[in-house]
Design a protein around this ligand. Structure first.
Ligand code: ADP
Ligand code: MG
Length: 233
């Protein structure tokens, strides 16, 4: 029997600002099995980012509404985050379109930040990492084809290379579930396809589960097992 990694039930999210009320998520329910690669498709403003942020606990759903579980653990329910959220979040790798990497730091340190939940900011900045940790990071960089860039500053990399490093960081973190919000949006079509293929291949190779938002339908169809379309939440 296949194992459910993610369960979203009746997710509603309303944003209220002075000017307007926006329904970003409107009764969204779905589940994802271990090892699946799922693309979230939808026009700009359809609620993709809100959904991804809710799954990793960066956005709290409406009070009256549903719940989100990762594995057996509750991320949030009835408008409240689980008290255990930090621990659960450490098992989820999140890859965003940009601002993934610290530009001033070299590639290997950016990957080592994946181990960061166990360290404080001073340890990270003073690069206090054991040789085992460094070996782990180099191993992950090897897997994404970026080991030759380990000691280069992140700011000198292309968009596609930066995404590879972001994937390496998620691997080092030991994440079982990868969430990616438009990870290839800023890349040219050829690099976008390559980076998405790499992400899906690594996901399969390491038995991970991937949920990624995309706006290129052809890439979603070509690379992912399943697509979920959002329309006005
Ligand atoms: P997508 O990622 O598919 O482009 P979003 O999830 O970012 O869509 O946004 C869904 C809707 O919610 C949009 O109408 C957006 O303007 C609105 N929205 C998102 N975040 C906020 C916020 N923090 N405050 C007010 N409205 C928001
Ligand atoms: Mg978005």
């Amino acid at each position: 029997m296949s194992q459910t990694v993610l369960r979203v039930s009746h997710a509603n999210k309303t944003f209220r600002t002075f000017e307007r009320k926006t329904t970003a998520l409107n009764g969204v329910s779905f589940s994802v099995n271990a090892g699946e690669t799922v693309a979230l498709l939808g026009a700009s403003g359809s609620g993709k980012s809100t959904l991804i942020r809710a799954i990793c606990g960066l956005e709290v759903l409406d009070e009256s509404s549903g719940n989100i579980h990762i594995g057996d653990e509750e991320i949030q329910a009835s408008g409240k985050l689980s008290p255990n959220i930090r621990h659960i979040r450490s098992s989820v790798g999140v890859i965003f379109q940009q601002f993934n990497l610290v530009n001033q730091l070299d590639v290997i340190t950016n990957v080592l930040v994946g181990l960061g939940s166990k360290k404080n900011i001073f340890q990270l900045l003073s690069r206090r990492f054991s040789s085992e940790e460094k070996a782990l990071a180099l191993d992950a960089l090897e897997k994404v084809g970026m080991v030759d860039y380990a000691y280069q500053r992140a700011s000198t990399l292309s968009g596609g290379q930066q995404q590879r490093v972001a994937i390496a960081r998620a691997l080092v973190k030991g994440s079982k579930l990868l969430l990616a919000d438009e990870p290839v949006a800023s890349l040219d079509p050829e690099s976008a396809r390559k980076v998405m293929e790499l992400m899906v291949n690594l996901t399969k190779q390491f038995g991970l589960t991937l949920i990624t938002s995309l706006h290129q339908v052809h890439i979603a169809k070509k690379c992912c097992d399943r697509t979920i379309a959002l329309n006005k939440g």
